[in-house]
Ligand binder design. Structure first.
Ligand SMILES: *[C@@H]1O[C@H](CO)[C@@H](O)[C@H](O)[C@H]1NC(C)=O
Ligand SMILES: *[C@@H]1O[C@H](CO)[C@@H](O)[C@H](O)[C@H]1NC(C)=O
Ligand SMILES: *[C@@H]1O[C@H](CO)[C@@H](O)[C@H](O)[C@H]1NC(C)=O
Length: 356
């Protein structure tokens, strides 16, 4: 059994090794096409695509982002007035150090690998189209597209390295690249070849969760309001036991109310975010922070009032005939105590992590 496992492990190991390292192609003049519609030799393509993978990564991935230059395959460091040539076989520490986290560096390397493999495939694959018009095989900056018949919308699974701020979605999604009837790839308004990656996003998934959450909070509110009204309307119910319930329900009501507000204002707005649209969360204004802290506060009061209810019952059992008249202590535990942890949280966030 152990031998079998060892065998499987090493087989995997060697497979991975062979696919990533021993991929030198004999013909140095072989040309690979990139998203700028230019054909580069194997070596140059490899470095340049890797440098462009870097260029396309969002700013969150970097501590300091180097600049892509006109010189193919190089990144410029304005701090040192230094130019780094990107060699995917031997990536310089200076470049790796510009990433804010190792995971981003890994994504970048995985993009470089994909470009490299893409160039291999472009060189080796035979074309299926002899007489018909087709769009040429190409690298699009993120992933590789094969020859595609004119007038066809090509689909490929979205690559893992395109997901930066969170992991890939639970089910595979597809990117689209349109091959126009005249055998050219679709170009956007800037006349750049363009792949539609909007479908890769998890926006739909998030939107459904959002609606579900808002709906559940609204249902909560719909039931709490009549309950509170009954408690408040009847004179017979003005007793300490019910007062405890009233406060608990009130905290639940506020919790739901503020959750609905936060989700429908801030989160719904975040789902509209594009490159040109600055969302409320990106602006990170005082209003947004206050709303967020209030949702945290009212959530905390829920638990405190649950505790008060239990504590109150315990007191009743301990002294059955002495009904608790003085509820001040419960008010302090229920409404004032949550200020402490939430205040600490708010202060720490403001000092250490005052972004988004
Ligand atoms: C950067 O270095 C180059 C040569 O390495 C030099 O010609 C140029 O003047 C330098 N630029 C700055 C801003 O120091
Ligand atoms: C192909 O068609 C598109 C739009 O239909 C057009 O913009 C483009 O210029 C055409 N390309 C050629 C080479 O005819
Ligand atoms: C990209 O795909 C989405 C979803 O299919 C579509 O709604 C959108 O219009 C496409 N964008 C372009 C520019 O074709």
């Amino acid at each position: 059994m152990l031998a079998l496992l060892a065998f499987l492990y090493f087989q995997r190991f060697f497979q991975c090794e062979s696919s990533s390292i021993i991929t030198t192609v004999e013909n140095p003049d072989a040309k690979c096409r990139n998203e700028r519609q230019i054909y580069l030799s194997y070596e140059v393509f490899r470095s340049d695509a890797c440098a462009r993978c870097y260029k396309y990564m969002p700013l969150v991935a970097f501590r300091f982002k180097l600049q892509y230059t006109k010189e193919l395959g190089t990144l410029y460091d304005p701090r040192l007035n230094d130019t780094h040539y990107v060699d995917p076989l031997k990536i310089s520490e200076n470049i790796l150090n510009t990433f804010s986290e190792e995971s981003f560096a890994k994504k970048w390397i995985s993009c470089c690998r994909a470009a490299w493999d893409c160039c291999d495939t472009m060189i080796k694959a035979h074309t299926l189209f002899k007489d018909t018009m087709y769009c040429p095989r190409t690298w699009d900056g993120w992933q590789c597209w094969p020859d595609t018949q004119a007038g066809i919308m090509a689909d490929l699974p979205c690559q893992e390295h395109i997901y930066f701020e969170n992991g890939p979605p639970s089910c595979t999604k597809y990117a689209h690249k349109e091959c126009l009837p005249n055998g050219t790839w679709y170009r956007n308004e800037n006349m750049r070849e363009w792949t539609n990656y909007t479908t890769c996003g998890k926006r739909e998934e998030h939107r459904q969760y959002l609606y579900f959450h808002i709906a559940t909070h609204i249902i909560s509110i719909i039931f709490i309001v009549p309950a509170l009204t009954v408690f408040l309307a009847y004179k017979q119910l003005q007793v300490p036991r019910i007062t405890m319930h009233k406060n608990f329900f009130l905290s639940l009501l506020f919790k739901s109310l503020f959750s609905v507000l936060f989700k429908s204002i801030v989160i719904a707005d975040e789902l509209k975010r594009t490159e040109n649209y600055e969302s409320i969360m990106t602006k990170n204004g005082a209003g947004c922070k206050i709303l967020f802290i209030l949702t945290k506060y009212f959530r905390m009061t829920n638990f405190m009032w649950m505790f008060c209810e239990g504590f109150y019952l315990q007191k009743l059992i301990a002294a059955t005939f002495a009904e608790q008249r003085n509820l001040i202590m419960f008010y302090i535990i229920g409404w004032a105590l949550p200020v402490v942890p939430v205040g600490i949280y708010a202060t720490l966030r403001a000092i250490l992590e005052d972004d988004k």
